[in-house]
Design a protein around this ligand. Sequence first.
Ligand SMILES: C[S@@+](CC[C@H](N)C(=O)[O-])C[C@H]1O[C@@H](n2cnc3c(N)ncnc32)[C@H](O)[C@@H]1O
Length: 255
Amino acid sequence: MLYLIGLGLSERDLSLRAFELLRKIVNIYVDTYTNYFDFDLLWLENELNKKIIPLSRNDMEKNPTFLDIAKSKEVALLVSGDPLVATTHTDIILRANKMGVKTKIYHASSIYSAIAETGLHIYRFGKTTSIPYPEENFFPKSFYDVIVQNKERNLHTMLLLDVKKEKNLFMNPKEAISILKEIDKNNNITDIIVISRISHENQKIIYGDIDKLIKFENEYYGPPPHTLVVPAKLHFAEEEYLLSLAEIHKNSKNK
Ligand SMILES: C[S@@+](CC[C@H](N)C(=O)[O-])C[C@H]1O[C@@H](n2cnc3c(N)ncnc32)[C@H](O)[C@@H]1O
């Protein structure tokens, strides 16, 4: 049996139901690569009096020995946020099914719902996309098409930022905004919302003109993880909420 258990967005978001289950399980692993991961799980190890084994990308994708163990034993895989908000975990469930291993999901708080702390109405978000790191001779642009299509339908776009754990690279807002500026020759993107470490003590929500936000150094945005939103035309209730809660750097009205 394989349990995929959401840790939620911050260190002690784990549900009581999941915590009680973990008390009974010996083989506990944690995915440290699909998100920027800086949770200190020592408190959980101490509470459970068990070791939690970190898994790399290789352990998760190429050599998932935890799945072999799950054929005969109960195994828990801890995931930051919600376990189903990363396609890696749906792949793991499919692999488990093919091996005859049963799976069960314990949901948790996620960037997908926490994004509503911006004040933007959750049902006004269009397709989500990710900004990947450009590589040598490869500058992916499909995320930009998603922004344009969402804008055409007057929908907000949530942009997740690339995580390359094996190279210790976590895209920061300055890099992401620079990539957007470079690609947006038609100036379709006027405003940006930057969400930093939502659900943590030092969370930040910053809203402003892209030309203003690009001038800030990363220190201003704070440590990762970060998400960007390209807003559609704001509903007056969204605007009121956002303007009252975010740090604002704007000249123009939202278009
Ligand atoms: C592959 S997604 C994994 C999401 C996670 N499973 C969840 O349910 O929240 C990772 C991306 O989500 C965003 N993210 C995750 N946690 C965040 C947080 N606390 N604040 C802002 N963005 C976050 C970042 O863009 C990060 O690169």
